[in-house]
Design a protein around this ligand. Sequence first.
Ligand code: C2E
Ligand code: MG
Ligand code: MG
Ligand code: MG
Length: 287
Amino acid sequence: DAKQHGKNTYRFFCPDAALASLKQLELRDDLHRAIYQKQLRLVYQPQVDARSGRLAGCEALVRWKHPEKGWIPPNVFIPIAEQAGLIVPLGRWVMLEACRQITLWQSMGYEVPRVSVNVSFVQLLREDLHQVLLSCLAANQLGPDRISVEVTESCIMQGVDAIDQLKRIQKSGIRVALDDFGTGYSSLSALKGLPIDELKIDRSFISEIAEGDDARAIVAAIIAMAQRLGVEVVAEGVENEVELNYLRERGADIIQGYFFGRPVPGSEFTGWLADTASHAGEHAVAI
Ligand code: C2E
Ligand code: MG
Ligand code: MG
Ligand code: MG
């Protein structure tokens, strides 16, 4: 009868979209718990100076180990966190944890110049991000040059309030980077007058460098224009020597990608720091 088969029947008729949103709801509750029960972790990926091979900094990327479902990628849970407003407490945790890690390395004698954190447009709109960043730095006795924030185009398209917030952040000496550049709609000329110190060329262009002239031309044009605008260029997702050599030849400033290191937990990054330590306390790879 209907009662006996109710559950199965429901499942059978449940449209994919409804099922997906149910799963999202479930994840949302779990994520709420995750933030307050310390299931989140940060991993760190080195950013290397393209000319000297010196460590320029690292990017902090969040990870979530769900107690039953295992590792859930940020591309899945960040959008859910944004929709549920959970990105605000999550983002605060990320910023504080990243500062704490820099201080921890410092106490071990390792100088990591800077840590980059990704911030969502929701954080720019819903809180005084500038103040939050300053208090994370102050709590760890760090200067503003020790952190940078990565925003995507969606952030700068939120209107004047979001841009004003970014201007305040930049004005206090915190670096602002435009992430995933080239995947959205803004042209290089639209960057003029925006509070951007650094441009990160999206991985999709980098991975095509080896394949042909089109991607090479785009990458070269981005670097040339950025130089004229006085903006530093970071190449993300650099995986091999062909990409590295081309980017260096064209004048990219900073290299990030599996070629120099995958994102790893803080303790593992400490090992990388130990391996690359030089006399002056700086870290460098052969380049
Ligand atoms: P993103 O900020 O553009 O980060 C770069 C992504 O590329 C990372 O993926 C990184 O692991 C990956 N990657 C780096 N080098 C290479 C490479 O050489 N090859 C390949 N194939 N991949 C590479 P991940 O960690 O899965 O993060 C995905 C996205 O999730 C990030 O893209 C960022 O937009 C978002 N995200 C991560 N952590 C946070 C966070 O704390 N807050 C916010 N709002 N977003 C975050
Ligand atoms: Mg990023
Ligand atoms: Mg990116
Ligand atoms: Mg990306």
